[in-house]
Ligand binder design. Structure first.
Ligand code: FAD
Length: 293
């Protein structure tokens, strides 16, 4: 069982718990992005099992009629074993998400059907294979998939030029991986500058499908300014347990859709540990819960 302090950041161990969490969010105007926790499998059975779980999940989303989509990590569905394993499993998930059983979902593709599938971005060695897979499925599903790109990578501004011509959505994040200095920006101020450059380009060059994956009030404010200028459809995505009151306040505004990225599953401990390590306020929150204050 997940202890109460961790359940601030993780929706539960089962898909049922995660879907119930989505229903609560939907009631408050926020949509869900469900992520089954797991990554870096070195053998095929767990990668296949997680892909199976996503197939079941996209069907459950459609059946429950909740406003939700899914987000999957490439190393979770086999990239460390081989590109072919990743591609096979991703194809199974995208196919299930676009099959008739998954139609009727509140999150729809350009043709009005299907559960939307996001592909998270992992370290820089996975960028090419992930973008290639996104491109293939974006074209095949007419835009019912999305991919994440990272502002800390120097290549990202160029990658966005390629992505601008494709259907689908692109989530811009600052980047969670410690990358080599030759290919990445290391200083926070430089990453923020790159985030702004990339975001400005996306609002200018994309028809729609801009996703702001950030908790940073400055970036969210900048997105509002860019929207006022370009009117490109956009959404804001934040994590479960991080600035949730801001998520609900933003969702009450007219011009932007808000998604909460919701991790769930039995492998919750390392995710929770990362969250409490990254910010002093989260660590204090955990400490207060432990001492019962
Ligand atoms: P930061 O630069 O960390 O913080 C800026 C400001 O935001 C802070 O000063 C504060 O005002 C506010 N803030 C940030 N965190 C908190 C907090 N915990 N509590 C209160 N205020 C806070 N990374 C990847 O590499 N690949 C992915 O696929 C990926 N997917 C993501 C999906 C989503 C929906 C989100 C939100 C993030 C994702 N990330 C991903 C992580 C991302 O790269 C960053 O590491 C992470 O979001 C921290 O950057 P930030 O923009 O939120 O703000």
């Amino acid at each position: 069982m997940i202890p109460p302090i961790a359940s601030n950041f993780v929706a539960g161990e089962s898909p049922e718990a995660a879907l119930a969490h989505v229903e609560g969010l939907n009631d408050r105007g926020v949509a869900g992005i469900l992520n089954l926790l797991g990554e870096h499998y070195e053998e095929r059975p767990p990668a296949d099992a997680d892909a199976d779980a996503y197939v079941d999940l996209v069907e459950a989303i459609a059946e429950r009629g909740v406003d939700a989509c899914v987000s999957v990590k490439s190393s979770q569905i086999g990239l460390d074993i081989g590109d072919d394993v990743f591609e096979e499993n991703l194809a199974r998930i995208v196919e299930a998400a676009n099959a008739p059983a998954a139609t009727g979902s509140a999150e729809t593709g350009a043709d009005g059907t299907g559960t939307f599938v996001w592909i998270d971005m992992e370290d820089h060695e996975t960028t090419d294979v992930t973008l290639d897979a996104f491109e293939r499925h974006a074209v095949e599903t007419d835009g019912n998939v999305g991919v994440c790109v990272q502002a800390n990578l120097k290549r990202t501004r160029d990658d966005l030029e390629r992505l601008a011509d494709l259907p689908g959505k692109v989530r811009l994040v600052k980047g969670a991986y410690d990358e080599p200095a030759e290919i990445s920006y290391k200083k926070k101020a430089r990453v923020d500058e790159s985030y702004r450059d990339c975001l400005a380009y996306m609002f200018e060059a994309f028809d729609d499908g801009v996703a702001v994956g950030s908790h940073d009030p400055a970036m969210i404010e900048y997105a509002k300014e860019l929207y006022a200028e370009h009117e490109t459809t956009y959404e804001v995505q934040m994590l479960t347990g991080v600035r949730e009151s801001a998520q609900f306040e933003l969702a009450a505004e007219d011009d932007v859709k808000v998604y909460q990225y919701i991790p769930y599953g039995s492998k919750w401990f390392s995710y929770f540990y990362r969250r409490i390590r990254e910010r002093k306020s989260n660590a204090l929150f955990a400490l207060r819960a432990i001492v019962g204050n």
